[in-house]
Write a protein that binds this ligand. Structure first.
Ligand code: NAD
Length: 265
């Protein structure tokens, strides 16, 4: 076991309330590409990035066209959602679920829209950017399963009259207030934040580690990154240390180390 993995294992064991933050990097080993890694969707296709930035404005201006684009555009974002819905958890997701079962991790706040943490067995999950498995009324915020809503007449409408969209939070769309509240509460409560597979450049999600580390009297909080490369959190000294490598390899090592300690007591 590498020394930084050993250190993370000890830090987790000594924590009172550890939480995990995750990003697209934890799901690349499930075959779902990230956006900004070396092989990311946007690193290789700038047009897809430009389109994604306009999606929420399209929904506000013309929700019918939004739905037609989402349902009909194989190979663009609609195709990406279909691909994401079929994804299966990898050892990184299972390791976080295991850490929750062991009582070490109390909550996962994810930027991912793929639902793989829940599929792996994590229970207390905050989907900061929503999920592809749900729909949401843009007016009253009620969430629905796909099976509850007919897509015969577009856009689908909620009982309150509001237009329904994917639960996924598009660029320039506000994060739903219930999600912001839960994420901030968890970030301010934790004494260790384990950040897995995020470039930490998408705001306001990227402000959570800063809030945890710099908020008031909280200088003693530990912030640990597991990522394939350095991020602004590494350069700016927000993280105490970076374990560089794959989440699907490093997280199971940490679980192994924790089980060894627990079983030797
Ligand atoms: P990002 O693409 O900006 O960054 C991913 C980071 O993970 C990169 O630094 C990359 O080097 C690293 N990485 C890639 N594979 C890794 C691995 N196996 N182990 C460790 N690190 C690895 O992703 P982001 O920070 O999550 O931001 C992108 C936004 O796009 C998010 O808001 C998210 O909602 C969305 N997104 C979600 C999915 C998904 O649900 N799976 C996929 C793509 C994008």
């Amino acid at each position: 076991m590498g020394s930084s993995i050993q250190q993370a294992t000890n830090d987790l064991m000594n924590s009172r309330y550890a939480i995990a933050l995750s990003g697209a990097g934890i799901s690349t080993e499930s075959g779902i590409p990230d956006f900004r890694g070396p092989k990311g969707i946007w690193t290789t296709d700038r047009e897809a990035e430009a389109k994604a930035y306009q999606r929420y404005e399209l929904f506000l201006r013309d929700p019918k066209s939004y739905w037609e684009e989402m349902l009909g555009s194989k190979g663009t974002y609609g195709g990406f959602y279909d691909e994401v819905r079929k994804g299966k958890p990898n050892p990184g997701h299972y390791a976080l679920a295991e850490l929750e079962k062991l009582g070490v991790i109390k909550c996962v706040i994810t930027q991912n829209i793929d639902g793989l943490h829940e599929k792996a067995g994590s229970k207390n999950v905050v989907e900061y950017h929503g999920g592809v498995h749900k729909l949401r009324c843009a007016s009253c915020g009620t969430r629905f399963g796909f099976e509850e809503i007919s897509l015969e007449n577009l856009p689908p409408r909620c009982k309150c009259g509001g237009a329904i969209k994917y639960d996924v939070v598009h660029f320039k769309e506000p994060i739903p207030s219930d999600v912001v509240e839960r994420a901030e509460e968890e970030s301010l409560k934790c004494d260790l934040m384990l950040i897995c597979g995020t470039s930490a450049v998408v705001y306001p999600f990227a402000s959570l580690p800063r809030m945890a580390k710099l908020g008031g009297h909280r200088a003693s909080i530990k912030v640990v990154e597991i990522n394939a490369e350095s991020t602004p959190l590494t350069y700016e000294g927000i993280s105490d240390y970076l374990i560089q490598g794959k989440t699907g390899e490093i997280l199971p090592e940490i679980v192994k180390g924790i089980k060894l300690i627990v079983n030797s007591r």
